[in-house]
Design a binder for this molecule. Structure first.
Ligand code: ZN
Length: 642
């Protein structure tokens, strides 16, 4: 439980309770006197069995064999431990579907066997691994192997890759899948440095969320170090036919050979994005910033694995119109990777901050027009989706002391309401005040994990007290803790989207499509706006007219595909059905496929078709996507029965 302890020093408490080094004095903002931020009590992470207040991992050394034939990682994990509680006599780790073979503790210079207990698996949390450690050894070593079904790993046969020659695998650890490939204190409250020795078949390149060498030899024997302490959800590994091409001296692309040039061209602004973020929020602290382009089955848009963001190829559309995703993953190098939510229920600290920073980068690089357009689209989408959510899910932050269920999820509220909240603050205080505030916030909490209460306390002492009467505590609490969209939410208008809306109304009224000179300039956002503004169903003639003019069935732009196929299903437009199935089989990105599956799930024939498609798609789907679709169909079936 978290109880405000007003007299304690925040830095000391955070360092003590969260298993991480306090930032060196040089990293703390000089303008931010430490004692002024009242300390918060320990946040409870509902999604972990670990007890980091008693003992915390400070370093992890992995020695793993990566085997495509058995689809496993096997070897040892060695933990350096900080025993904080002198009475602690066990180490509790999170695991899921792991085969734990032995545990040892380092006593003097000898490794001595330790007993261990692996609990039966909880559906959400996996199995608690308890290792009695009466001697509180400085290091513990576990020998283990992963399951071929590990929820955090996807193994692809050569046929499922672009090159078709070599197999490919990759991890997705967020939110709590790291425990399916390493026994860990799988909570963002613990940060640790890591090193790894990984062996594999010699013809694949292995990469990790660490110091990947662009000139590394492909020889099946790889070593990595991650010198900055990270939370477990940023553990990442990938192996496959990956080649490297530079974008700048510190940024580049890893991808399958056939994809690498298109990726470098699409993401050529990456270095400019880094320097833009640095000019706003201080130096990039992680060394290199590379992008790894994964197959279309990657379930997310991107994953901010430090030094090596994992990226879906579905944003490579040829006109850079979806590169705000790169701005987003890069922004996490400050918000999320550097200053981290202490548990998933404070997801807005990662995702809302990041979406805000992303928008600032987009504005600097691509202009206010584009940034405003993205703001309006995200706010409109939030407005639409928030109405269907239970009130508990509409809330941005969680008050100190609240403990949620282990299945609480990060929704678009964290992203879109979170960034809207920060845009509200920016507008009230002005950039000349708000920008330095945020920069100091990143410095102050660098390499630490915090909760909403800690943010509020920092905000109160660093912004509110210096600038009274700009934002009231009531307004702040309204944004953070009340459902819905606050009355104080600032509104913006997008000139470009207004033009699209006008064109849309004209077509609905007269059947006249917007002129080619106009649509030629449209980006993915404007096309999406047009499709989203259409009524729920269109006549066969209308569908045919749009499809013939714009070739929407079979489009390679996933943002358009997901909207077009939903419309086609609702309108019963059959020519789109075959390309829709191909789209669902070949793309596994949740954001793109779930809206289509959701529409299919609404009718019995649709569910039948969805099940057929799922079976065809399953070998290429990530476990996260396959389970997501299964649950959706089960749920729809149940609602239908009741
Ligand atoms: Zn994010």
């Amino acid at each position: 439980m978290r109880i405000p302890l007003m007299s304690l020093c925040c830095v000391a408490l955070l360092a003590a309770c969260q298993g991480q080094e306090a930032a060196p004095a040089s990293e703390a903002a000089t303008a931010a006197p430490v004692a002024k931020v009242a300390a918060m009590a320990v946040d409870v992470d509902e999604q972990s069995y670990a007890e980091p207040q008693k003992v915390a991992i400070t370093d992890l050394a992995l020695d793993l064999a990566l085997d495509f034939d058995t689809r496993t990682l096997a070897g040892t994990a060695t933990y350096t431990l900080d025993w904080k509680d002198a009475s602690a006599v066990e180490l509790r780790l999170d695991t899921r579907d792991l085969d734990i073979r032995s545990a040892e503790g380092l006593v003097g210079t000898n490794w001595v066997p330790l007993k261990f207990m692996l609990d039966p698996a909880d559906r959400m949390l996996g199995s608690k691994l308890t290792i009695p450690t009466p001697d509180r050894p400085a290091q513990v070593r576990i020998r283990y192997a992963t399951s071929p079904k590990a929820s955090g790993l996807q193994w692809l046969t050569p046929e499922m890759t672009q090159g078709g020659q070599l197999p490919l695998m990759f991890s997705q650890s967020q939110q709590i899948h790291a425990r399916s490939w390493v026994p860990l204190q799988d909570t963002p409250q613990v940060r640790y440095t890591y090193s790894a020795h990984v062996t594999s078949r010699p013809d694949v390149m292995v990469l990790m969320s660490a110091d990947n060498d662009p000139a590394a030899l492909r020889d099946g024997d790889y070593r990595f170090t991650m010198p900055q302490p990270i939370p477990s959800y940023l553990m990442a590994i990938a192996a496959g036919d990956f080649v490297f091409k530079p974008i700048s001296a510190r940024a580049g692309v890893w991808a399958e050979p056939a994809m690498v040039d298109a990726a470098v061209a699409e993401f050529s602004d990456t270095e400019k994005m880094i320097t833009t973020a640095e000019s706003l929020y201080g130096p990039y602290r992680w060394g290199r910033y590379d992008l790894l382009i994964l197959p279309p089955s990657f379930p997310f848009g991107g994953m901010e694995n430090p030094r090596l963001s994992f990226i879906t190829p579905t944003v490579i559309v040829g006109d850079k119109s979806l590169v705000s995703l790169i701005a987003h993953e890069l922004a996490h190098s400050w918000s999320g990777n550097l200053v981290t939510m202490s548990s998933a229920k404070h997801g807005w600290l990662n995702e809302g901050m990041t979406t805000y920073v992303q928008n600032r980068i987009v504005e600097t690089l691509y202009g206010e027009d584009v940034a405003t357009m993205e703001q309006v689209l995200s706010r409109d989408a939030l407005r639409k989706s928030i109405q269907q959510m239970p009130t508990g899910a509409q809330v941005l932050g969680v008050r100190p002391g609240v403990v949620l269920g282990s299945d609480a999820e990060t929704t678009r509220v964290a992203y879109d309401k979170g960034s809207w909240f920060l845009q509200f603050l920016e507008q009230r205080y002005g950039r000349e005040v708000f920008d330095p505030f945020l920069r100091e916030y990143f410095d102050y909490f660098a390499f630490r994990s915090i909760d909403t209460g800690t943010f509020v306390e920092y905000f109160r002492t660093h912004l509110m007290q210096a600038h009274p009467d700009v934002v009231s505590m009531e307004e702040l609490e309204n944004w953070l803790y009340d459902p819905g969209i606050p009355a104080s939410a600032p509104e913006v208008k997008s000139r470009r989207l207004i033009l699209v809306d006008t064109a849309l109304r004209r077509w609905l009224g007269s059947g006249d499509l917007p002129p080619r000179e106009l649509t030629r300039e449209w980006s993915s956002q404007e096309w999406s706006r047009f499709l989203e503004g259409l009524p729920d169903t269109l006549s066969p003639e209308q569908m045919t007219q749009l499809d013939e003019a714009w070739h929407l069935s079979g489009t390679t732009n996933g943002e358009l595909a997901q909207r077009w196929y939903v419309l086609a299903l609702r309108s019963g437009y059959e020519p789109a059905l075959a390309p829709m199935q191909e789209f669902l089989v070949h793309v596994g990105r949740l954001k793109l496929v779930m809206p289509v599956y959701r529409t299919l799930a609404a009718t019995e024939t649709g569910r039948e078709l969805a099940r057929m498609i799922l079976e065809r798609a399953r070998p290429g789907y990530h476990p996260i996507t396959a389970v997501g679709v299964e649950r959706l169909l089960e749920q729809a079936e149940k609602t239908q029965d009741n």
